[in-house]
Design a protein around this ligand. Structure first.
Ligand SMILES: NC(=O)c1ccc[n+]([C@@H]2O[C@H](COP(=O)([O-])OP(=O)(O)OC[C@H]3O[C@@H](n4cnc5c(N)ncnc54)[C@H](O)[C@@H]3O)[C@@H](O)[C@H]2O)c1
Length: 342
């Protein structure tokens, strides 16, 4: 079934957006949202293997099957390779939302060079596209990990972020600096989105909530670092997408400098053990847990100050964590029904 688009919106909105990382978790949901608002979206992704490629392909298949061709075009390309980005030259983009990156702290420990190439070289190549199109607004994914070893909570955009605990965090901080200088020189608005542990349906198999769920069902041991004392500001995907859509064309930003960073979080700290208990509850199955010590690259807690975010969405209401996990488990059971015989 094709999305039923609001006719008035479609006629009003002929704007074109480039969304990078469109086969990824956040990119997939964002493509759905922006096309439903009548934007014409070109989505790019290299469908890499940093986690199971099948879900990336399934996301693209879903988008191609459910969105009319005139609203969505998917192109496979690698942002690290400048020559592959030539396919984008024929489009005239009004906005660029750059989400493609090699995410995850653990991956940056295993494959630092790949992370460096995509997160730094790739980011730089996308800036060239932004400049070529002189877009109205360039938005890009930063991360709560830039707060690194900071101890003052909650984390605020005005805090100094000079102590990244791993290469991934350092690349995101570097993106913010590059974007700042880029906006300053080129007079193009840019906004870094510091996402805090985004979760939900069609999520990332390399994130704890997803692989814990899988391991509980497979009766496999789950390793819980720092004796389960880590806390995360888990943010449900729908709110993240709603925030991006609101910020993209917000008048609020016009009162500010050309480059800004915004925390995209929920302002609630959740202990990792709570996540496990909710998974056990909805899966009706006990987890087999081994507690281990803290990893040096891991942050102890993440907790977002979202006063700035609220300026873009005054009625912002976040999904309760238990309800969010319920929705994730429902989706998981449907998506993996053949793997587990639910
Ligand atoms: N999900 C979270 O909790 C979270 C938290 C903080 C920051 N972020 C950031 O948000 C963005 C989106 O995250 P996500 O959770 O959707 O991750 P994701 O891995 O699901 O999506 C990223 C997509 O980018 C693509 N990609 C990577 N390198 C590429 C390259 N060189 N060329 C083309 N495509 C490439 C991947 O194939 C993937 O589909 C990332 O930049 C990530 O670092 C996410």
């Amino acid at each position: 079934m094709k999305y039923s688009l609001n006719r008035k919106l479609m006629n009003r909105n002929n704007k074109k957006i480039l969304i990078t990382g469109a086969a990824g978790f956040i990119g997939f949901h964002l493509v759905k949202k922006m096309t439903s608002l009548g934007f014409k979206v070109v989505g790019i992704d290299n469908l890499n293997q940093n986690y199971d490629k099948k879900i990336k392909k399934d996301r693209v298949k879903f988008l191609n099957n459910n969105i009319k061709k005139k609203f969505f075009t998917f192109l496979k390309c690698n942002i690290d390779k400048k020559n592959q980005l030539k396919k984008l030259y024929k489009y005239k983009f009004d906005y660029v939302i750059h989400l493609a990156a090699q995410p995850g702290v653990r991956y940056s420990l295993l494959e630092p060079e790949i992370v460096f190439e995509s997160n730094i070289r790739g980011f730089f190549n996308i800036l060239e596209i932004v400049k070529k199109n002189r877009v109205q607004h360039f938005m890009y994914a930063s991360s709560s990990s830039v707060y690194g070893g900071n101890t003052k909570l909650p984390f605020s955009e005005t805090d100094i972020v000079d102590s990244p605990l791993n290469l991934y965090a350092a690349t995101k901080k570097c993106n913010e600096l590059l974007a700042y200088a880029f906006s300053h020189i080129n007079k193009i608005r840019s906004t870094g989105l510091r996402f805090f542990s985004v979760y939900g349906p069609w999520g990332r198999p390399d994130m704890a909530y997803y692989f814990f769920c899988k391991k509980i069902l497979q009766n496999k041991k789950i390793e819980v670092f720092n004796n389960g004392k880590h806390k995360r500001d888990f943010t449900y995907i729908d709110e993240v997408i709603q925030s991006i859509a609101k910020i993209l064309k917000s008048k609020e930003l016009r009162k500010r400098k050309l480059h800004n960073v915004i925390n995209i979080g929920r302002n609630k700290k959740i202990e990792l053990m709570k996540l496990i208990h909710y998974l056990e509850f909805y899966l009706k199955k006990k987890a087999n847990i081994t507690f281990t010590k803290r990893q040096e690259a891991d942050m102890l807690e993440t907790y977002a100050d979202i006063r700035f975010l609220r300026k873009f969405d005054k009625k912002f209401k976040s999904t309760d964590f238990k309800a969010g996990i319920k929705k994730f488990v429902q989706w998981f059971k449907e998506y993996h029904k053949n793997d587990f015989n639910f």
